[in-house]
Design a protein around this ligand. Structure first.
Ligand SMILES: Nc1ncnc2c1ncn2[C@@H]1O[C@H](COP(=O)(O)OP(=O)(O)OP(=O)(O)O)[C@@H](O)[C@H]1O
Length: 763
């Protein structure tokens, strides 16, 4: 049962290397197969830019300000003086075209290739050219990018051992001059560097260095026993709750988390108040004068906690690049505190000096003078880092609660810091290696998550899976993950988040998709977890199937949500067949609603003529769509809206990105409606959710619909109304779980068969 720590770390290192290689290969393939305009349309790039200015941003980073190249913005009414340089690019200039670059994205800015695509050979070297950075601001006519110079703060480069980031940025962007440049989203290899460094540390540890915490996490010792009933426990039996309205399962989970010595898991099924529970736990730990590090896999998961902790007025510090934080939590950001606190003033002096120097670069044409300025800047940056380091360690050292993303916890700011407890939210959505970044600073950990929802996205799974020949693989090859090379840790958007292709392989060979949460449950059994059982989201009828099929029938619908329907919404909604039903199943069986393979679709060809070769790098992969089903979605949404349900209270989710593309026009008809991939919608909720299952074929192939964790996510998003649209005949053949679900819907939902005639009329 016990795990050899060194072997574990070595295996993780190998798996991580394969994963990074997959991500990079995918990015490069996308870039080499598609022209910059096609990538721009797919939301992955922004083309035809020029550099308008640069300045020193937060954390001493150089911020590049990029605007549309005036030479390419012909039909603009705004008056622009030619030449790009000198103009600020932020006001009065031409607007940027439609694009999908968002604040917080990691991008590579480089010289734009001439017309046509980027050749494979060039794509390979893409990382070596240009400069990488984080998008800090997106305006109508300007995009700002804080470039990666290995600055002391923020999430980039600091702590990297390879020194790759250090100083590299300077040369990267100075060559831009007035040339036309573009930016493309890229994989975030910082996350990998942090995970690697952590695994290397673990691999090098000698057994005698293992703490009892580490021993338990690898099964070398058992966790210290915790009594089943803690209500009579001397220490935690009589807690003064900050929020006395917590339900019993939440209180029990908190008692358990407080009483556990090494590790405690809080299992939070959908809508059961996992975060709510963690907030109380943090406050209770603080009352016991313990020092806490709180982490989550994404910025949004961490910000969510900061926002809810802030009203309690406890001193806390949020680490992370300010560009990636919610505006509401910026006041707690370490970068901002460094700037605004008294201790930060001295840091600012150097910063002002750096700005002044930066400004002189553009005026200098003489190469020797430029080199001299760079040398000065290098010195100043060093000094800046030194002062900032002192200021930061003061701020962090005094904080009882520190919050960061998992990989953010590997930054220089926490070097040498120890915590009594590390709390990891959404632990079942993080790679285990990522969890170890903060865990090495802990002597106890509390992990919250739900291993019955989707695990993190693994890209290398595709290539590894395709080499084996299991039936699960054959069926599991559909993927939406090829639509984007962006990292999983930053995005707050829902539609671009890639869906993983998890086959349910639960074998003994270590794989990246085994999360820490899963592994610990297998290792120590259910006694190390407590489950939250009251859910505050779904109508009872919506909750029933997931509860019975996945959560041992233990879920209870809170009184406040148990019977609420769309017709009871706090605004005017008519009482109709659609608004008084919590569960609707529109069964398309019979073969009139066939699915389409993305390859079969005409009009898929992108610019440049070369992209017809559909491969893993196609913008939609071999995703599936179903136009007739989309027409049904439109009809159903139409009648909901007609009854008075607001489009912003409706979401349509589907496992297939190709189907999302087919559904896209709904956004024009019903402004405010949300469309999302199931994977991207994890963690979200809506009053009404329509699920489009897409698959309909005589063979009964269901692809990655066969993953029950994905279906669990899909069916547990709605509050008052779930409508499932799909072909029961096809879907039933997919798995026992799918058959049970279809049988359940046939029995318990308002079952409808579409009227083909009205559908073709309405279309
Ligand atoms: N004890 C409680 N009493 C009343 N409402 C509660 C209670 N606990 C949680 N809630 C409510 O339930 C909802 C879900 O809570 P929260 O956001 O903490 O859930 P979560 O489990 O983290 O969410 P997810 O299911 O997305 O992981 C919130 O609206 C919260 O206010």
């Amino acid at each position: 049962m016990a795990v050899n720590v060194q072997e574990f770390a070595q295996t993780q290192l190998k798996l991580l290397a394969a994963e990074l290689a997959s991500e990079i290969a995918e990015s490069s393939a996308l870039v080499s197969l598609h022209t910059p305009p096609a990538l721009q349309r797919a939301g992955l790039a922004l083309t035809n830019l020029t550099l308008s200015s640069q300045r020193t941003g937060l954390g001493g980073k150089t911020v590049l300000e990029l605007g549309p190249d005036p030479a390419t913005t012909t039909s603009n009414t705004a008056t622009t003086t030619g030449g790009g340089s000198g103009s600020s690019g932020s006001s009065n200039g031409p607007d940027l075209p439609e694009h999908g670059i968002r604040t917080g994205d990691i991008v590579l800015v480089s010289e734009q290739p001439a017309a046509g695509g980027i050749k494979k050979r060039e794509a390979k070297g893409l990382e070596g050219r240009g400069v990488k950075g984080v998008v800090t601001r997106v305006g109508r006519g300007v995009v700002c990018v804080a470039v990666d110079e290995g600055g002391p703060s923020g999430s980039n480069s600091s702590g990297s051992k390879d020194g790759k980031g250090d100083g590299g940025g300077g040369e990267g962007w100075t060559g831009f001059g007035e040339k036309r440049v573009w930016m493309v989203k890229v994989a975030d290899d910082v996350t990998f560097r942090r995970m690697n460094a952590t695994m290397e540390r673990l691999a090098k540890m000698e057994e005698r260095e293992y703490s009892s915490f580490i021993r338990v996490l690898f099964g070398l010792s058992s966790p210290s026993p915790v009594p089943e009933d803690l209500t009579k426990d001397e220490e935690v039996g009589n807690i003064e709750w900050v929020d006395p309205t917590l339900n019993d399962s939440q209180k029990d989970a908190i008692r358990f988390a407080l009483a556990s010595r090494e590790i405690g898991l809080i299992h939070g099924p959908p809508g059961t108040g996992k975060t709510h529970t963690l907030i109380e736990l943090i406050l209770q730990l603080l009352q016991r004068n313990l020092r806490i590090l709180v982490c989550g896999p994404s910025n949004i998961s961490v910000d969510n906690i900061v926002e809810r902790l802030a009203p309690h007025k406890i001193p806390l510090v949020r680490l992370g690049h300010p560009a990636r934080l919610l505006p509401s939590v910026l006041n707690h950001s370490l970068d901002v505190l460094t700037r605004t606190s008294e201790a930060g003033a001295i840091v600012q002096d150097v910063r002002a000096e750096m700005d002044a120097k930066q400004a002189t670069i553009r005026k200098t044409r003489n190469a020797r003078e430029r080199r001299a300025i760079y040398a000065d800047l290098k010195e100043l940056r060093k000094e800046y880092r030194e002062r900032e380091r002192r200021c930061v360690s003061g701020l962090v050292g005094r904080s009882k609660v520190v919050l960061a993303t998992l990989h953010g916890a590997g930054g220089f700011q926490l070097r040498g810091e120890q915590f009594d407890v590390v709390i990891i939210d959404e632990a079942s959505q993080a790679l285990e290696a990522q969890c170890w970044v903060p865990l090495l600073a802990a002597s106890k950990a509390i992990c919250a998550g739900d291993h019955l929802q989707l695990p993190p996205t693994i890209k290398s799974l595709n290539s590894r899976a395709s080499k084996s020949s299991t039936a699960a693989n054959k069926k599991g090859k559909d993927t939406t993950s090829t639509t984007t090379p962006i990292s999983t840790s930053t995005s707050t958007s829902t539609t671009t988040t890639p869906a993983s292709t998890t086959t349910t392989a639960k074998n003994t060979t270590p794989t990246l998709e085994t999360t820490l949460f899963d592994r610990l449950l297998t290792l120590h059994g259910p006694s190390i977890k407590r489950m939250l059982t009251t859910q505050y989201r779904m109508h009872e009828a919506i909750m029933r199937f997931p509860s019975d099929a996945l959560y041992d029938s233990r879920l209870i619908a809170a009184e406040s949500v148990r019977t609420r329907l769309l017709k009871d919404l706090p605004y005017d909604v008519e009482d109709t067949d659609d608004t008084r039903e919590p569960l609707v199943f529109i069964d398309t069986q019979g073969g009139d609603f066939p699915e389409k393979n993305e390859d079969d679709q005409p009009g898929q060809q992108q610019d440049g003529g070369k992209t017809k070769k559909v491969s893993k790098s196609s913008l939609y992969g071999d995703s599936k769509s179903n136009e007739m089903e989309a027409a049904l979605v439109r009809q159903h949404v139409g009648s909901l809206v007609e009854a008075g349900v607001r489009p912003e209270d409706i979401a349509v989710v589907t496992p297939y990105n190709a189907q999302l593309a087919v559904l896209a026009p709904l956004k024009e008809t019903f402004p405010g409606i949300e469309l999302g991939s199931v994977d991207g919608f994890q963690g979200r909720e809506k009053e009404a959710v329509v699920v489009s299952l897409v698959r309909s074929n005589p063979e009964g192939e269901v692809g990655f619909l066969g993953e029950k964790r994905r279906l669990n996510v899909a069916m547990t998003r709605p509050k008052r109304s779930l409508t499932v649209i799909g072909d029961s005949e096809t879907v039933k053949k997919g798995s026992k779980f799918l058959k049970d679900w279809m049988d359940f819907l046939e029995e318990n939902a308002d079952l409808r068969y579409p009227d083909l005639a009205s559908l073709t009329q309405g279309a």
